[in-house]
Ligand binder design. Structure first.
Ligand SMILES: Nc1ncnc2c1ncn2[C@@H]1O[C@H](COP(=O)(O)OP(=O)(O)O)[C@@H](O)[C@H]1O
Ligand SMILES: Cc1cn([C@H]2C[C@H](O)[C@@H](COP(=O)(O)OP(=O)(O)O)O2)c(=O)[nH]c1=O
Length: 228
C-alpha cells in the first residue's frame, strides 16, 4: 500500500510485539519508511536494549542464566534508561518511536512464560515508567501496540534454520504457547491500545493489515489511487 503525508505531529510511541518468529522485525523498517515518507521523524529502537547501558544488559539477559527476579529487574532497569535517554526525549520533540518489544513482552515472557509474579511486574512497570520528566505525568505507555499473533508451531517452523537461537528462542513450543496467551491477556485489558495482526498471512497481507491500522488512527493516509 502506498502512503502519503498525514497531519499528526504529536509524539507517537508504537511498539511491536509477538512471540519470537512472529514477523515483527520484518515490518519495522517498512513502517519507519512509510512514516518518514509522510513527513515524520522516526526513531527505531528495541528492547531489551536501545541505549549503551541497556544493550549491555541485553547481552547478559539473552545469554547468561539468572533467577527470575534478577531477570525482571535487569529488564526494567534497561527499560528505564531507554525511556529516559531515548524514548521520552524523542516523544517530547514530536517524533515517532517504533520499538521492537516493550513491557507487554515482560508480562508475556517473564509473567506468562516463566510464571513470574504478575503483581510484582505491575509494581515494577509503575516504578520504571513514571517520574520520567520534570513535571508529574501519567505512567508512560505505548500509544499503539502492533501485536503479531502467530501460532507457536508456525513461528518455530519459520525460525528453524533462520538464526542461532538465544536463551529465549531456545525454549520449547509449550513455553511460547504460554507467552502467546500472555499477549492475549494483555490485549484483553487494553483493547484500544492493542491492534491484533494475523501474522500467519503472507508478508504483504500482514503489511496491509498494519498499514490499515495506522490509516484508521489517522497517522498515515492512503496515497491517491492506493487501496483504502
Ligand atoms: N508473513 C510471513 N510469512 C512467512 N515468513 C515470514 C513472514 N514474516 C516473516 N517471515 C520470516 O520468518 C522469520 C522470522 O521473522 P522476523 O521478522 O525475524 O520475526 P520476529 O522479529 O518477530 O522474531 C524470518 O525468517 C522471516 O523472513
Ligand atoms: C523486551 C523483552 C524481551 N524478552 C525476550 C524475548 C526475545 O526472545 C528476546 C529478544 O527479543 P528480540 O529483540 O525480539 O529478539 P530477536 O531480535 O532475536 O527476535 O528477549 C523478554 O523475555 N522480556 C522482555 O521484556
Amino acid at each position: 500500500m502506498a502512503l502519503e503525508q498525514a497531519p499528526a505531529e504529536r509524539g507517537l510511541f508504537i511498539t511491536f510485539e509477538g512471540i519470537d518468529g512472529a514477523g515483527k522485525s520484518s515490518h519495522i523498517d517498512g513502517l519507519a519508511h512509510a512514516l518518514r515518507a509522510a513527513g515524520r521523524t522516526v526513531v527505531v529502537t528495541r528492547e531489551p536494549g536501545g541505549t549503551p547501558l541497556a544493550e549491555k544488559l541485553r547481552t547478559l539477559l539473552l545469554h547468561d542464566a539468572m533467577d527470575p527476579l534478577t531477570e525482571a529487574l535487569l529488564i526494567f532497569a534497561g527499560r528505564r534508561d531507554h525511556l529516559r535517554c531515548v524514548i521520552e526525549p524523542a516523544l517530547a520533540r514530536g517524533e515517532v518511536v517504533l520499538c521492537d518489544r516493550f513491557t507487554d513482552a515482560t508480562f508475556a515472557y517473564q509473567g506468562a512464560g516463566r510464571g513470574f509474579d504478575t503483581v510484582a511486574l505491575l509494581d515494577l512497570e509503575r516504578m520504571a515508567q513514571t517520574g520520567l520528566g520534570p513535571q508529574p505525568s501519567p505512567m508512560r505507555n505505548p500509544d499503539l501496540t502492533l501485536w503479531f499473533d502467530l501460532p507457536p508451531a508456525v513461528a518455530a517452523q519459520r525460525l528453524a534454520g533462520a538464526r542461532v537461537p538465544d536463551r529465549f528462542e531456545a525454549q520449547p513450543v509449550a513455553f511460547f504457547a504460554r507467552v502467546a496467551q500472555g499477549y492475549a491477556d494483555r490485549a484483553a485489558v487494553a483493547p484500544q491500545r492493542f491492534a491484533r495482526l494475523d501474522a500467519a498471512q503472507p508478508r504483504e497481507a500482514v503489511w496491509a493489515q498494519l498499514a490499515d491500522v495506522l490509516v484508521q488512527r489517522g497517522w498515515l493516509v492512503p496515497a491517491a489511487g492506493a487501496p483504502a
